[in-house]
Design a binder for this molecule. Structure first.
Ligand code: SAH
Length: 337
């Protein structure tokens, strides 16, 4: 997620000695492609993520609502607090538009999976927009329960359902979903290739995959990793937000290519999210925000304390807010052949 969470990374590029987090997982995964998707380090990471969201989701919902991700703003816009929920919906719409998800009756997605679903904001939105059925997965039991409770209360019980499950080992058979949606969860995945591989596995033939996620900048020709200073900044963010090492949007493209996915496209929306972190900090500095934060636990406070580093990372062009979309090849029609 955006706000109280962070970015992502791993597999391919610039690993780095991020490693400072206490008993936590990020440490072992920082050196990129070696990042384990299974084993004690991966289990530690999952536990940390689950606890982080168990603890912080209530506070986020009270102040920011059901979408736990950045808003999409016009570049240069300084947004008023009231605009943020609109901007978060716009983020969802821009992602759908970027991926050219069809909206005509008969072509709309009918089955959607929301990978890293938070408290289900996207799931409900997509279920309503398309009349689709939506399955959401999260590592946080608190989020899964809250997502279901809100959906049931809003009369969507027959359309959306949520469960605790790992994006790297999804509880779904192959080739299920017309739309595979990951809004700001990729940053937590310790093995990006496995992550994209799972997204592709559960996508139906012709299905569209959308990943909106935090990345580090693409490496320049001749570079084999980010600089030590850049890695140090990302490392401090990883520590607070339960993140493994970061990767670039170009790394995601390489993974998608290696899986023979089609229509692979990416865009940098960093400028469009610029007002977001200053706004989150402003809300944390209101009396209500401040006291809620104090009452919400150390992990959440630690997350709040590194928020200025996110702004710094974007300003220095180290952090990129990326959308990546691709499509599983359509089924070959053998009829009449
Ligand atoms: N997509 C939601 C929530 C973003 S917060 C929204 O936009 O509102 C990040 C989410 O990713 C959390 O729900 C967290 O539990 C989930 N997540 C992180 N790693 C995961 C994993 N390995 N498997 C499933 N969910 C994961």
């Amino acid at each position: 997620m955006g706000s109280l969470t962070g970015p992502s990374a791993a597999v391919i590029s610039s690993g780095a000695p991020v490693a400072r987090r206490r008993a936590s997982p990020a440490r072992a995964t920082v050196q990129s492609s070696a990042a384990p998707a299974a084993g004690p380090a991966a289990d530690g990471l999952k536990k940390g993520i689950a606890e982080f969201y168990d603890e912080s989701s209530g506070l986020w919902e009270r102040i920011w609502g059901e979408h736990m991700h950045h808003g999409f703003y016009e570049p240069g816009q300084t947004a008023a607090i009231a605009d943020h929920r609109v901007a978060q919906i716009r983020m969802v719409e821009e992602a759908l538009r970027f991926a050219a998800v069809p909206d005509e009756p008969g072509k709309r997605p009918k089955k959607v999976v929301d990978v890293g679903c938070g408290i289900g904001g996207s799931s409900r939105y997509l279920a309503r927009k398309y009349g689709a059925s939506c399955r959401g997965i999260t590592l946080s039991p608190v989020q899964a329960a809250r997502a279901q409770a809100i959906s049931d209360a809003e009369g969507l019980a027959d359309k959306v359902s949520f469960q605790v499950a790992d994006a790297l080992d999804q509880p779904f058979p192959d080739s299920q979903f017309d739309l595979v949606w990951s809004m700001e969860s990729g940053e937590h995945m310790p093995d990006k290739a496995k992550f994209v591989g799972e997204l592709a596995r559960v996508a139906a033939p012709g299905g569209i995959i959308i990943i909106v996620t935090w990345c580090h900048r693409d490496l320049k020709p001749g570079e084999s990793s980010l600089s030590a200073d850049e890695l140090k900044l990302l490392g401090r963010i990883c520590d607070a937000y339960y993140l493994p090492a970061w990767c670039s949007a170009a790394d995601y493209v390489k993974i998608a290519q290696s899986l023979s996915l089609q229509d692979i496209r990416t865009a940098d929306w960093s400028e469009n999210v610029a007002p977001f972190w200053p706004a989150v900090i402003r809300t944390a500095l209101t009396w209500r925000g401040f006291f809620s934060l104090l009452g919400s636990g150390w992990n959440t406070i630690r997350g709040a304390l590194v928020m200025p580093l996110m702004i710094q990372g974007f300003r220095k062009n180290i952090i990129k807010f990326a959308v990546i979309t691709c499509r599983v090849p359509p089924a070959v029609d053998h009829a009449g052949v």
